[in-house]
Design a protein around this ligand. Structure first.
Ligand code: TGC
Ligand code: FAD
Length: 428
């Protein structure tokens, strides 16, 4: 192209870039009419009509029913138990389980639900994930038919609340060293006695059923138990709340303290032994988090963009006019778009039976890392006004730190991926 031709083309491009999006396409063959900053890489093209409808239902519920409650819930650490019932009525709990009153939706649809819930608050997503991916998945994948028939429909409707007790005060990242023990009841045949303490357990204070992982005294192997609060004699089970959290304040978190708590042998998962049990459930929850973290990041982006367009500094210019601000928005939009596509791909592979735990660790690690890093940078756009909780940004940032931490922090996932990539099972 000669220089004058280049100048002409350059002017033309310049005009196109400044023209309203709708007129841009008409003259550039092969290009779509609009660039949608809310879905830059058009992930929506990858979803079925049913998945999009489920996402719409979830978004409507979250924006209309959860968002108005979140500031009060977060300020006062006040989780509304009714939320589980409402989610159950809409079919959002255990959504990818087939049968038992569950929706039987795809893993992608399930991920889109978590994305919409976490767009409002990571704590609300936690409460739902623990019920769906951890408690219900454990019973569905490992429980007896009797446990499934009896408990899953009630959990799906949100009539029963569930939790998942793996972490202990002395064993967080390293659950294999857990101290909680299950021993055969010395006098009551067909019963185990559970003793030990689980901590940082989402939903535990309000849970009717608790999935508790404990070492069987006779074998030293980790086994899973369904502890039903209604069956525990006084003094054998306590679930105190942990108050004054600095993040995830809209969720309820507590301990599970068991002192010779009797549990029927039928409530022990019959087959699964070792860490493969809890980790199978964690795989499902971690994939949900990979989607969810992108929902929180998109909300940060949306709010930062609005603020940058409205806030004027220096000669009456909106902050959004300055390139340093635009870079923050562009980086966040890029990472949210990439993360959503990656999570979608892994979810599709999961439904096709082609997913490995390492893939889930990869997207959980990357999406949490990007959500946390970008939300911290977007917080800067608000300046001192970020301090007001009305802007919602500081809450997302605080939450995303914990979301990156629980269910395996980036360090831990690096360890898993490192092992998978090098084949080396121990570095020390
Ligand atoms: P390692 O020797 O590597 O493995 C032990 C056994 O477990 C198997 N395994 C897995 N199986 C399925 N999926 C996975 N992702 C698995 N990861 C490991 C493994 O194959 C082996 O099986 P086998 O049959 O050979 O015995 O285990 P390790 O003791 O060295 O542990 C290392 C590590 C890092 C993998 C693990 O400890 C870890 O991931 N730690 C993080 C703990 C964690 O994520 N806790 C989460 C608690 S729940 C929670 O936080 C809920 S938050 C609320 C919400 O969801 O929002
Ligand atoms: P630690 O294990 O003490 O780790 C501290 C730091 O050291 C971390 O940065 C960690 O990444 C790093 N580290 C540890 N080991 C290594 C290593 N080998 N190499 C490099 N770095 C390492 N648990 C449940 O079972 N059920 C729940 O429902 C649940 N909900 C939670 C809700 C909230 C709000 C919180 C805060 C936690 C919850 N947890 C739950 C517990 C959570 O999963 C643990 O906090 C997490 O596994 C990390 O354990 P830890 O906090 O003891 O950290």
């Amino acid at each position: 192209m000669n220089p004058s031709g280049f100048r002409t083309a350059s002017r033309h491009l310049h005009r196109l870039c400044r023209a309203p999006a709708t007129s841009r396409n008409a003259s550039v063959r092969g290009y779509a009419t609009t660039f949608n900053w809310e879905d830059p890489l058009v992930a929506s093209e990858l979803y079925t009509e049913e998945e999009l409808a489920i996402q719409d239902t979830a978004r409507q519920y979250c924006q209309e029913r959860l968002l108005p409650r979140v500031l009060d819930a977060y300020r006062n650490e006040n989780y509304d138990r009714q939320i589980l019932t409402e989610m159950g009525e809409l079919g959002l709990l255990g959504a990818n389980i087939e049968g038992y009153g569950c929706a039987g939706a795809s893993t992608v649809a399930s991920g889109l639900i978590t994305k919409e819930v976490e767009r409002v608050d990571s704590g609300y997503r936690s409460g739902m994930s623990v019920q769906s991916s951890l408690a219900m998945t454990a019973i569905h994948d490992f429980g007896t038919q009797e446990l499934k028939d009896r408990l899953l429909p009630e959990l799906a409707r949100g009539k029963l609340a569930g939790c998942f007790g793996l972490t202990e005060p002395n064993h967080g990242s390293d659950p294999g060293s857990m101290e909680t023990v299950a021993r055969e009841h010395p006098t009551k045949k067909g019963y185990y006695l559970l003793s030990g303490t689980k901590t940082w357990i989402t939903n535990s204070p309000i849970s009717d059923i608790m999935i508790v992982w404990a070492k069987l005294q006779t074998t030293g192997k980790i086994r899973g138990f369904v502890v039903e609060r209604s069956q525990c004699p006084p003094g054998t089970l306590e679930t105190p709340a942990i108050k004054n959290k600095t993040a995830l304040r809209a969720s309820i978190t507590g301990m599970i303290q068991m002192d010779d708590c009797p549990v029927p042998a039928e409530n022990m998962f019959p087959e699964v032994q070792g860490l493969a049990g809890p980790f199978t459930c964690l795989n499902s929850a971690r994939l949900g988090i990979a989607f969810g973290a992108m929902g929180a990041l998109e909300d940060c982006l949306d709010r930062a963009r609005t603020y940058a367009l409205e806030r004027k500094q220096f000669k009456g210019n909106p902050l959004a006019k300055y390139q340093l601000i635009q870079k923050k928005l562009a980086d966040a939009a890029t990472d949210a778009a990439y993360g959503t596509l990656a999570a979608t791909q892994v979810a599709r592979l999961k439904d096709a039976g082609k997913c490995t735990p390492e893939m889930i660790s990869m997207v959980k690690r990357q999406n949490c890392d990007r959500a946390l890093a970008n939300s911290r940078i977007l917080q800067e756009v608000f300046g001192g006004n970020a301090t007001s909780d009305e802007y919602h940004i500081a809450r997302h940032v605080a939450n995303l730190f914990v979301v990156q931490t629980y269910e395996g922090q980036s360090d831990i996932h690096t360890l898993i991926l490192g092992r998978a990539i090098t084949g080396v099972q121990a570095f020390v």
